[in-house]
Design a protein around this ligand. Sequence first.
Ligand code: CU
Length: 499
Amino acid sequence: MSKPLTKIFALVLALAACQTYTSEAAAQQSDTGGSAAGDFGPPQGDPIQAVLTSAPNVPPPVNRDYPAKVIVDMEVRELDMEISEGVTYTFWTFGSTVPGSFIRIRQGDTVEFHLKNHPDSKMPHNIDLHAVTGPGGGATSSFTAPGHEAVFSFKALNPGLFVYHCATAPVGMHIANGMYGLILVEPPGGLPPVDKEFYVMQGEFYTVGKYREKGHQPFDMQKAIDENATYVLFNGSEGALVGDNAIKANVGDTVRLFVGNGGPNLVSSFHVIGEIFDKVFQEGGSRYQENVQTTLIPAGGSAITEFRVEVPGTLIIVDHSIFRAFNKGALGMLKVEGADNLAVYTGKEVDNVYLGDKVMANELSIVSDIAEAQRSGMVTKEQQIQAGMVLYNGTCSVCHQQNGEGLEGIFPPLANSDYLMADQRRAVEIVLNGLSGPISVNGVPYSSVMPAMSQLNDDEIANILTFTLNSWGNEGGVVTSDEVAGIRAATERPEGAAD
Ligand SMILES: [Cu+2]
């Protein structure tokens, strides 16, 4: 073949390939017609009471072929609830949970929205639903003082997964306290059936105390303005989607996650470790991208992700802005049960690298049980040892190993360590400030670097060291939280360490 002919042939081939691709794309991305197409006329039949669910549950599909009047009853409550083990926060909620109740309706439905504000509330509240076409998304019409109720109606013209939130001044503060949720407006034909549907919503919290600092933590306005989040969470609490609260599926299931981001400030890099999203309806809209690893979810936005689970094990849901996952709480779990499929994956079931102290999230309740005792100074040595073991396994064992033996020539042993036992204050200083340079443990020289672990709080360090001092042949001892606090105040953190 002469040169020009080859070129033409290649061009024809390329065009043909392009043709199939665009026609397939056209099939999946037909125009929905937007809001102009969404008015299917006046509501028909008897009014329907909306089924509302709290995360991670999703109401059943609408399963209706006509537009109806749907009544939504939602109550705002201001509640003290756990944000992390041993840490409480005053959440402002739509329906007593963060995120707020999930609402599921059909395009063309007329929603009669009843917003009640519980008499115990201290603040007025309202609701702005991104599914509303109209000024403020319902905000002005729904303004409700404590002990009152507001009613307004709207017609859902566009299908999609929409965020709703409070928009009462100061708006940022109401959202930061947990006032957001999701409303799904199904297209007329509904969504294709799947085996499991879940509701996951990210939001960040700004507290006066540090991450995991025990006790009741008030909102910190300056941190919120600076966008310096203390917690980044799925479903309003660090424990919401781990351990016993993990969402569950079986091998072979198709799973659909309705994911929202309440913000108030941060954009989410939503990712499930060990899965690939077969489909992502980006930004909660009508079109989908396929074969996606991580999807960006804006504050005040959403995404619908779909995938099939092929192998058993624990899939870890994270914000892949990864310090948020491991140091601010943005971590959840999807536990998949069923038979191995070694052709797809041969690895071990639980991945310690990712799970860390969350491997034993159930046992973390030990940590919270003793947190209370620790606060009142009534903690026993045995309790400290129990909590310390869980924390050690999630924090120190990566280097010093679960059995305390370390790794020859690299990580010194904590088991039977003469260096550890010689000076308890020095041990606290090592955890707080790190250690480098030549040392000798049981006659063996080490010259390496241990990073400062000052991101651990005083309770945690006290418990880990008490566990260490009483394990693997070490001779015992007790480190108290006060002792750690005193040494923290009296010593300098190395450059770059957490406070
Ligand atoms: Cu509010």
